[in-house]
Design a protein around this ligand. Structure first.
Ligand code: FRU
Length: 469
């Protein structure tokens, strides 16, 4: 690849040019997965936010489309979500051609500078042509602000209430907590409940929430509330925590006070899930922004900045009576596998920079896998003394931020049986036991990884060369 394209991922979505942060408006409809994203096309740092747009039929092959929503006199277009208003409850389409409705935050820069406390407001836009073009609702904002500085990132879903009626529920990040609003028509919203004041991690502001129903392994119905937080993550900077509990009449009640993290690596932030997935598939599909606000704007890419994580399927699992969220690589990823090779305890050559490694663990307590290049740079994934670690302290470029070169660890008290690792142009994603523990990290080696070596009690490892989608 040309020098300009160094570090460009092959099978993760990255914008053709310019800056990207959070995934927005994730919606599946008519065989297409839509990915909108926080985007500033003119430079590779954060700026006036647009919603960029890409579509995929399989979560792997992404086609970038023209920008979907542009900033205007009300402000920048911050993060939000999209729903399919099939019954045309908003009246913004027709019953024959129901609207897609995007719900986003307006961020008024002038208001912020002038010291006003109400510069973030919720607004809607709609599309009648499968998300290609968007019309802003003339009655915006639909949810004004009563003077709270951080008031953003609406995630809307349809909730069936106890009486069988459908209600649009907006989960909103409000400073250091979450508020839930309800609406019959996406245009008028009223406060239902609030959560989070004295629970969870509070090292930073709460952002980009998502509220998800799940069936637990014992068959009980649970709700999971994802809450991104910046800073205050377990590896410094930004990260996503989650709560497990019940959601009734607009009130979220957690089962316990435990702090849980979705991904123990430093580089998975602001992730949310797709709306309108086919019910019969019963899947919850997630994608995150593969970066960290700590250094996102200075990582050494040239014409673009940032990519998404791999798409992941979320589910609940149980460890000794504690429920946790599992993030499994989406099954569609298997279609990327081409040639496969057996690895050994000697060093084995890697066929390309885009590979997947699958290893069965013999002795669940001690093993390590090291990827290296001819420059002596390396990254090691290991488990020892109940900690899973990814060590990128000598993994290539790191002088852009003092906290980048580091060893990151995560507690894992239960057995590791299988390790799946995905490497791409500038990342490593580690899934232990199909995602019971996940660590996502950016890496900027000065030359691609050439070799893999395993130590300790790992059975045969398999190496898959991954196709360029
Ligand atoms: C999270 C975030 C959101 C906000 C957006 C602005 O990364 O800070 O809270 O809407 O990015 O780009």
């Amino acid at each position: 690849p040309s020098q300009l394209e160094q570090f460009r991922p092959e099978y993760h979505f990255s914008p053709a040019k310019g800056w990207m942060n959070d995934p927005n408006g994730l919606i599946y409809i008519d065989g297409e997965y839509h990915l909108f994203f926080q985007h500033y096309p003119d430079t590779t740092v954060w700026g006036p936010m647009h919603w960029g747009h890409a579509v995929s039929k399989d979560l792997i092959n992404w086609e970038e489309l023209p920008i979907a929503i542009y900033p205007d006199s009300l402000g920048y277009i911050f993060s939000g979500s999209a729903v399919y208003d099939e019954a045309n409850s908003s009246g913004l389409g027709t019953t024959e051609n129901p609207p897609f409705v995007a719900i986003y935050t307006y961020h008024d820069m002038a208001g912020e500078k002038s010291g006003a406390g109400d510069y973030q407001k919720q607004a809607i836009a709609y599309s009648l042509d499968k998300g290609r073009t968007w019309i802003k609702f003339e009655g915006n904002p639909v949810l004004p602000n009563q003077g709270i500085k951080d008031f953003r990132d609406p995630k809307v879903s349809q909730v069936i209430q106890a009486n069988g009626q459908r209600l649009w529920v907006m989960t909103l990040a409000v400073k250091d907590r979450i508020q839930f609003y309800g609406s019959p028509n996406l245009k008028e919203w009223s406060l239902l409940g609030e959560f989070g004041q004295e629970i969870g991690a509070h090292g930073g502001v709460w952002e980009c929430p998502d509220l998800l129903p799940f069936t637990a392994p014992d068959g009980s119905q649970k709700w999971v509330l994802l809450v991104s937080i910046n800073p205050g993550g377990p590896q410094k900077g930004s990260a996503t925590q989650y709560f497990i509990g019940t959601f009734e009449n607009g009130k979220f009640t957690p089962d316990d006070t435990m702090i849980r993290w979705l991904d123990y690596g430093p580089d998975n932030y602001a992730g949310v899930t797709w709306s309108n997935l086919p019910k019969e598939q019963n899947r919850t599909l997630f994608i995150g922004w593969m970066s960290n606000w700590l250094y996102a704007q200075v990582v050494p890419t040239s014409t673009w900045r940032s990519a998404t994580t791999l798409p992941r399927e979320l589910s609940l699992f149980d460890v000794d009576g504690t429920l946790l969220l599992k993030s499994s690589p989406a099954k569609e990823l298997a279609s990327l596998r081409s040639a496969s090779f057996e690895g050994s305890h000697e060093e084995t050559n890697l066929p390309s920079q885009a590979v997947e490694i699958l290893a069965e663990v013999d002795n669940p307590e001690t093993f390590s896998i090291t990827f290296s290049n001819e420059l002596g740079e390396e990254v090691t994934v290991s488990k020892e003394m109940g900690l899973v670690s990814v060590d990128r302290s000598n993994a290539g470029k790191s002088d852009f931020h003092e906290d980048f070169a580091a060893l990151h660890s995560a507690p894992m008290s239960w057995e590791a049986k299988e390790i799946r690792i995905f490497l791409d142009g500038s990342s490593i994603e580690v899934f232990v036991n199909e995602g019971e523990l996940v660590m996502t990290s950016l890496l900027f080696p000065n030359s691609p990884w050439k070799k893999v070596k395993v130590n300790g009690d790992l059975d045969q490892i398999q190496i898959f060369q991954l196709k360029k989608p």
